[in-house]
Design a protein around this ligand. Sequence first.
Ligand code: CAA
Length: 380
Amino acid sequence: MDFSLTEEQLMIQQAAKDFAQNELLPGVIERDDAQKFPDELVRKMGELGFMGMMVDEKYGGSGLGTQAYVLAMEELSKVDASASVMVSVNNSLVCWGLETYGSEEQKQKYLTRLASGEIIGAFCLSEPEAGSDATSQKTTAIDKGDHYLLNGTKNWITNGGRAEVFLVIAQTHLDKGHHGINALIVEKGMPGFEIGPKENKLGIRGSDTHSLLFNDVKVPKENRIGADGFGFKFAMKTLAGGRIGIAAQALGIAAGAYDLALQYSKQRKAFGTEIANHQAIAFKLAEMHTKIQAARLLVYQAATDKDNGNDYTLSGAMAKLYASDVAMETTVEAVQIHGGNGFVKDYHVERLMRDAKITQIYEGTSEIQKIVISRSVIKD
Ligand code: CAA
């Protein structure tokens, strides 16, 4: 496979790198501490076209491919994974789902504003008792003629406190299992829709994660995405692409930690020489570098599959499984290479280590990716 990048892709990569260094790096430690992310930075990401990268220009997007998107995700994630998860959810789970399966009216009403970054969206599948076991939806959307009556709770929702538009997965036909599930567009402020408390998280602390409560929320029928009962397929298809974005995020976290460790090991001296000259450190760097490049190739393969119209469920799951493990392993080693300095916040690697962990959990845990991968290889 040829992964040489086009001029346009190289430009996007550079733009994301510049934005990350100039706008995200200052204040990243403070944002992590305060668990805050300023609206101003979200607005800038929208202006630069990062919020609707793969959306057609006629709907306010940047009209780019998945490869450009993963390049941007990698660069943003090297510096601030809280920013990149907002980008990832808005692009892969919200905009892509609406553009691919939404009606023209839904695209005009919601996608145009989401893709331009004017507003941002959230994807609401997980529940207190339905995380990995996503078919066990307890949230109900009962058909009342011209609307659905939505009741239930969603958990761990990225962008929960900031989003204006929520794609909510809920059970309509209680006797039909996953064939009775729908995906509904819910707007912030609809009567009966309450945003629960913000989660106090280990990592990606700048990103805003909430539970959501629905109490007799009337959702108009025209807000259903796709045909009646399409909701679970919608969620699975959307997540298959979302996993490529998270794989790119994991890759970026790993590459960011590696860059810092490499730089540090060429400056820090011990036993009369820079620590990079000690084989104990040099071999760690060699392993980190090799694994990051392997992860990058898996991410590029999945992105290329999606851009070429090939099935990407398997390649996306492999990319996420591997890149998230590499992110975890690399960030732990980056802390180790930094020694005592790695354990304090100023050196960034401890934050990257905390941020890495979620990539093995959200948008399907590593165990779920192994289910997806093993089913695919056994079937073949
Ligand atoms: N594309 C299309 N359809 C798919 C699919 C895919 N990739 N994967 C499954 N399906 C379909 C199946 O074909 C099946 O439909 P039919 O019965 O019509 O054939 C249906 O979905 C159910 O599939 P399974 O029988 O395989 O269901 P299962 O109960 O064994 O579970 C699973 C499948 C893959 C484990 C799924 O439950 C899953 O992906 N779980 C993890 C959920 C997840 O990723 N959650 C993340 C939350 S979102 C998030 O984190 C966002 C955030 O804020 C960052």
